[in-house]
Design a protein around this ligand. Structure first.
Ligand code: UDP
Ligand code: MG
Length: 327
């Protein structure tokens, strides 16, 4: 049977064995209600647990299940990108594997898509069960991003969204390495629509986004869409040299026209350290950009797929397994 695929659901997963069966079940249930052909495209981003094997099994007896199996961990944003490269559907949905994004919302997205929107993204009005620290840093990040970029990237939205085939094709033409997918989706434009939801707690397992990765993602977001941090160096430099010059004039005046001895060992050290600090910070910012330029020039592929499973190739091996898993 090869019907035209209407919906592709991309599910990136990294060590999600604790949740993946339930995720599969819930998404499947939602997609069945559409009555149209769909595919569940799981991307295994180098997991070291059993989640990939589980999905591989499902793919033997469920034709809608496909598995893109990376050769190692390439990162969440790259996993999504691979999903888009493989997706066949007229509409493509990206959803987390941990059920923090309620699959039931996909139906609302599809409704808006049928109303003519090419991008329907889910906006978090509330986050349940996440630490205050995560909420604050996330909120700060979205606001810095909004301030520093020229395109408007909606605040408080993750990658949970539906995109039309047209948008998917445009995204596939963007070859950049350090990807911030939600920003790229804004960048390509088209008619976009937000729907609001409360973000749930992770069903099980723990976050795969420790602080270090969040910082990397934030830097990718800001540096891919803005030069403002670089300009900052110019502004700061201007300001500081102006202040320095004024102070020098004042000191000259003291030396030439008064008897006051010019003091200031402590202030000199203070100023030196502060200013050297500024210079190093600016070098660091510059480094963020230079590093990204370096990444682009290497022209390596974004990811390596070691295996691709789709039910069609594996048929036959399976009937008993179905019986087993459905008990
Ligand atoms: N993920 C991934 N590769 C990674 C890290 C995360 O594919 O290197 C997946 C993860 O399995 C999940 C989604 O990306 O489906 C979001 O990750 P997570 O839920 O840990 O992030 P959080 O919701 O805590 O921000
Ligand atoms: Mg999560």
């Amino acid at each position: 049977m090869s019907t035209h695929v209407r919906y592709s659901i991309i599910i990136p997963m990294y060590n999600e064995e604790a949740v993946i069966q339930e995720t599969y079940r819930r998404i499947k249930k939602v997609m069945e209600t559409t009555g149209e052909a769909y595919e569940l495209l799981f991307v295994n981003d180098g997991s070291t647990d059993n989640c990939a094997q589980m999905i591989e099994e499902y793919s033997y007896w469920d034709e809608s299940v496909k598995l893109i199996d990376f050769s190692r961990n390439f990162g969440h944003q790259i996993a999504i990108t691979a999903g888009m490269d493989y997706a066949l559907g007229d509409a493509v949905v990206i959803i987390d594997a941990d059920l923090q994004d309620p699959p039931e919302l996909i139906l609302d997205m599809i409704r808006e898509w049928n109303n003519g929107y090419e991008v329907v993204y889910a906006k978090r009005v509330k986050r349940n069960g996440e630490s205050l620290f995560k909420k604050w840093t996330a909120s700060l990040f979205y606001r810095v991003l909004r301030y520093s970029t020229d395109i408007s990237i909606p605040v408080d939205t993750g990658d949970f969204r539906l995109i039309d085939r047209k948008v998917c094709e445009e995204l596939k033409r963007l070859p950049e390495k350090n990807r911030f997918v939600r920003g790229l989706v804004s960048w390509v434009g088209f008619r976009q629509k937000a729907i609001e939801y409360e973000r749930d707690e992770r069903l099980a397992g723990e976050t795969k986004y420790p602080l270090k990765r969040m910082i990397k993602l934030s830097l990718d977001g800001i540096t891919s869409f803005s030069y403002k941090p670089l300009k900052l160096a110019g502004y700061l430099g201007g300001l500081l040299s102006a202040a320095g010059f004024l102070y020098l004039m004042y000191v000259l005046y003291l030396v030439l026209f008064t008897d006051a001895a010019v003091k200031g060992w402590a202030s000199m050290i203070g100023i030196t350290l502060t200013f050297n600090g500024f210079v190093l910070i600016m070098l660091g910012i510059l480094g963020e950009y230079v590093g990204r330029i370096y990444d682009e020039t290497k022209r390596r592929p974004l990811y390596i797929v070691q295996d691709f499973y789709s039910g069609k190739q594996q048929q036959g091996a399976v009937e008993q397994r179905v019986a087993q898993l459905h008990k």
